[in-house]
Design a protein around this ligand. Structure first.
Ligand code: ZN
Length: 306
């Protein structure tokens, strides 16, 4: 057991002896639950996916069901903190690795919520662990009131996947952000299903939303920090990385580097400490290069994107 886990074990023991409200509880598995704002908790079972839940006097709102295993252990963590039932399970977008596991919350009496585009995609492409949502909304904005707070649903247009929703609870100044911001890591792998330019635009719009602290579905912040979620600083860093990578590609164009050699020629030493810099930077560069070469993709006409 390393020092961090030791201190966590001590933390767990002391919290358990003091009260039922866990501040941080993390163990060998990487599972933790942490109160990031009053009655707002970040949660991960240690699988690389981070959820959020908000406890109110009218029930609990969960953000990102991920999969059945994830939702089952999250439900246990919630039940360790409050007697309130889970009433909503909010899902950010269509991808199976985020929108699965809703049936666990539905069985517990909750309604799952997603944007129309995500719901239509999942109806056409059901995953092994997905379930039809109970509430489907459309357009670029929807609100649900719960226990004195507002859960704002922001659809910012095409950026990643379909129906991508950023959730904001303005009264508590918290947000939940799926896939669009990953602190301390380069872009994911081959940057699948991201429209790079629209992603960059969306990050600018996220910076304008009313929150101080967020939970990002993925994070490579170290243990001890990751439990605290992410901030607008990470949103700005994500956008800066996109811009710096594109700038580096243009610089290679100017130098006359053959296109086929550009991905492996790129260096961005200011991000060398980020996770997957060594193995994904060239893949990121290849993807952005293709976007510049072919034109942006994926893309859909505006009227189908509502
Ligand atoms: Zn995704």
């Amino acid at each position: 057991m390393n020092k961090y886990l030791q201190s966590c074990a001590i933390t767990i023991a002391s919290i358990a002896s003091i009260s039922g409200t866990a501040a941080i509880a993390a163990g060998e598995s990487g599972e933790y639950v942490n109160e990031i704002a009053p009655n707002v908790y970040s949660y991960s079972p240690g699988n690389g996916y981070h959820s959020m839940f908000v406890v109110t006097e009218e029930g609990v709102a969960v953000f990102e069901t991920v999969n059945s295993q994830h939702s089952t252990s999250m439900l246990e963590a919630i039940n360790g903190i409050t007697d309130q039932p889970v009433v909503y399970g909010f899902q950010t977008h269509n991808h199976w690795d985020h929108a699965s596991g809703g049936a666990v919350l539905q069985s517990a009496g909750a309604e799952t919520v997603m944007h129309r585009q995500a719901a239509e995609w999942l109806e056409a492409n059901p995953g092994r662990d997905t379930s039809p949502p109970d509430i489907v909304w459309s357009g670029d904005r929807h609100d649900i009131e719960l226990g004195g707070v507002t859960i704002e649903h922001h659809y910012l247009g095409l950026n990643h996947g379909l129906g991508m929703t950023v959730f904001v609870v303005p009264e508590l100044e918290v947000a939940y952000i799926g896939d669009l911001v990953t602190p301390n890591r380069v872009m994911f792998n081959i940057v699948p299903d991201f429209n790079i330019g629209e992603w960059e635009r969306s990050l600018g719009e996220i910076l304008e939303l009313n929150f101080e602290t967020a939970v990002c579905s993925h994070s490579e912040l170290p243990a001890g920090e990751v439990e605290n979620g992410c901030t607008k600083e990470h949103v700005a860093e994500e956008r800066a990385y996109i811009q710096d990578l594109r700038g580096a590609i243009f610089a290679e164009f100017e130098k006359g580097t053959p296109a086929s050699e550009i991905p492996t020629s790129i260096e961005l030493p200011q991000y060398a400490h980020w996770a997957h810099y060594d193995d994904w930077l060239a893949m990121n560069a290849q993807r952005v290069l293709l976007d510049l070469w072919m034109g942006p993709y994926p893309w859909v006409p505006a009227e189908t994107a509502e």
